[in-house]
Every structure is written in C-alpha cells, then in structure tokens.
Design a protein around this ligand. Structure first.
Ligand code: CA
Length: 318
C-alpha cells in the first residue's frame, strides 16, 4: 500500500516522495537537523556531492519539508558557503531554529583563514532566502583552544530554553557551549568547555533537547561513530553520562543525530551510507550519506531506549 500511495503521489505531481530509509533519495543528504514549525517539519541538510571514493565534497545546504514525516518536499538550495564572504568552502553541519518569527541557521564552513568556523544566517522564512546575519564568523578557530586541531569549531546545535534563553553547543574532540544574546548572532558570556567525563568519548555532533525538566545532550562518540548521550538538570550542567543511544550508522563512519517531537511522537534523524541508487549517482558510503528517520522512545525513568535503525523508517503521520 505504501508503494501504491507513493506511485499515486508521484503521478499526482508530488515531489521527492520517500517512504523508507533513507528518507530522501533524490540526492545525498548529510547531517540532518530537523525543526518543527506548526504542523510542518523542516529538515536542514548538507548535500554530499563527492564522486564515489572521494572525500567530503559539500557545496551547498538543502532544506526539505514534510507534514507527515514520509513525503519530503524539496526546495532550491537556500544557502551556500559562498553566501558568507568569509567562507571559502565546505557546507558542513548546521542547525536552524526559530525565534521571534525569524529563522537562524547556524552553519559550519571552511573559513578563509584555513580552519573550520561557525557562522549564522537569518531569514524570515524557514525555506529562505537566508543571508549572513553578521558578515563574519560567530566562532573562529582561535576562540577555542581546548584542542590543537583546526576543526574543533564544527557542528553547531542551537537550543532555546523554556525561559527564552538561547544557547549554542558545538565541537569536535571537545564539547563547547556559550550563551547567545537575544539577537541570536552574538555570544553573551564566555565559551565554556564541558568536562570530558560528562560527555565520555565525545567526538562531535552535539544536539540538545529537553523533556520535562531534563536536558538531553546527545552526540557522536568514538570513531567510527556511534551516538551517546548525557543528561542534566541545568543547561549548563553538570552532565551525567547515560551510555549509547544508537549504534553506528550503516556503511558510514559518521552518524549525526537530530531529535524532535512531532504530533505526539519522538523521532531520531540521522544519516547512513546505505543509499543504493540506480539513477547514475552511485551508491552511498561515508562521504555520500543519506538522511534516515526512526522512532525515539523513552523509558519510564526518563532515560532513552537505544534507537532501532530500520530500513522501513517511520509510518506516515496523519
Ligand atoms: Ca578552535
């Protein structure tokens, strides 16, 4: 029946219908960051454009929307590294959030200073057009020195707490965070480092969500990566390590999660290298990733059940 509906939707002109994992199959889509706006889910991804056996090649970010978690509508690329005058390349992981009817898209790119950096673009619409909100990077490599690497300022994850205070988390090898000013484009206070023992074996890709009075910090751990998480009763910690949330993603040495609640259900977005494609763009691998979605479940004590990664994906939401 799913396939029949799929065929009917395609015949009816609906675009980019997907009903299984990977959830988007027209192009490769990495590092999914979902955002719920009303009755619609938007997901912001990087576009893996590497040839088979080539390293990361990501020249743009893409956005998709869905009202049922199954049928994803594509839009023109709303943002590219070249939209930031100080970026030279690399549309690496980002995260978009809404505040006061504006949409702030925190992104990673390769700065002209030859290190990874974090910027922020803004739009009046979740699908853009977005423009650089600062004209400069929000985080440059020299602002964080807990590691000696040039790529520790990647994978921004924004979070707005119940009191309206916005925070940005990011990092590679070390997990950084800072308070954002109400304008969302400047920090209000120092950049802090989460102690290693609170985010054991942190690799990258932090994501914050909150349920009740508990904060959840999920992140990619080890390499090849799995997903782990910690919890806290304050956004500033201390964090308690809770163990693995997901095993490694199929055929990909990275995994990058995004977590939302939508219409009464919790979802775990991630990417895999599992796309098999017969349209001439080749199959998936670590540098040719595709967005997948599975359910996220809680235990009664508030801990998270380990995510079951499926090929079936999730059922359409009514
Ligand atoms: Ca740094």
């Amino acid at each position: 029946m799913k396939r029949l509906i799929l065929g009917l939707l395609i015949a009816a002109g609906a675009s980019n219908v997907a009903a299984e994992n990977p959830a988007i199959t027209e192009v490769f889509t990495a590092d999914p960051a979902p955002l719920v706006v009303g009755d619609t889910v938007y997901v912001y991804v990087g576009h893996d454009q590497a040839e088979p056996n080539q390293w990361y090649k990501m020249g743009e970010w893409l956005v998709y929307s869905s009202t049922d978690m199954v049928n994803w509508k594509s839009y023109d690329s709303p943002l590219k590294p070249t939209d930031f005058s100080w970026c030279q390349s690399d549309a690496w992981a980002g995260h978009t959030i809404e505040k006061d009817d504006k949409f702030y898209w925190y992104i990673t790119c390769h700065h002209k200073n030859n290190a990874k950096a974090i910027g922020v673009a803004v739009s009046d619409s979740p699908t853009g057009p977005f423009k650089d909100a600062r004209g400069s990077a929000l985080v440059t490599n020299e602002m964080t020195t807990a590691t000696g690497i040039s790529w520790d300022d990647i994978d921004p994850a924004a979070f707005i707490d119940d009191d309206g205070q916005a925070w940005l988390f990011w990092g590679n090898q070390k997990a950084y965070f800072a308070k954002l000013k109400p304008n969302m484009i400047e920090f209000d206070g120092p950049i802090q480092v989460i102690p290693d023992e609170q985010v054991k074996a942190f690799t990258e890709a932090p994501w914050i969500h909150k349920r009740g009075d508990t904060y959840y910090l999920s992140y990619a751990t080890g390499f090849p990566e799995k997903t782990a998480y910690s919890t806290a009763k304050s956004i500033t910690g201390p964090w308690t390590y809770r163990g693995l949330l997901a095993e490694g993603a199929g055929n990909s040495n990275t995994i990058h999660q995004g977590i939302i609640d939508f219409k009464g259900q919790s979802y775990f977005f991630y990417h895999t290298g599992m796309m098999q494609h017969n349209s001439g763009i080749g199959g998936g691998d670590s540098y040719r990733r595709s967005m997948a979605i599975d359910y996220l479940y809680y235990n009664e004590d508030g801990t998270l059940k380990k995510v079951e990664q499926t090929t079936e994906g999730v059922a359409p939401v009514k």
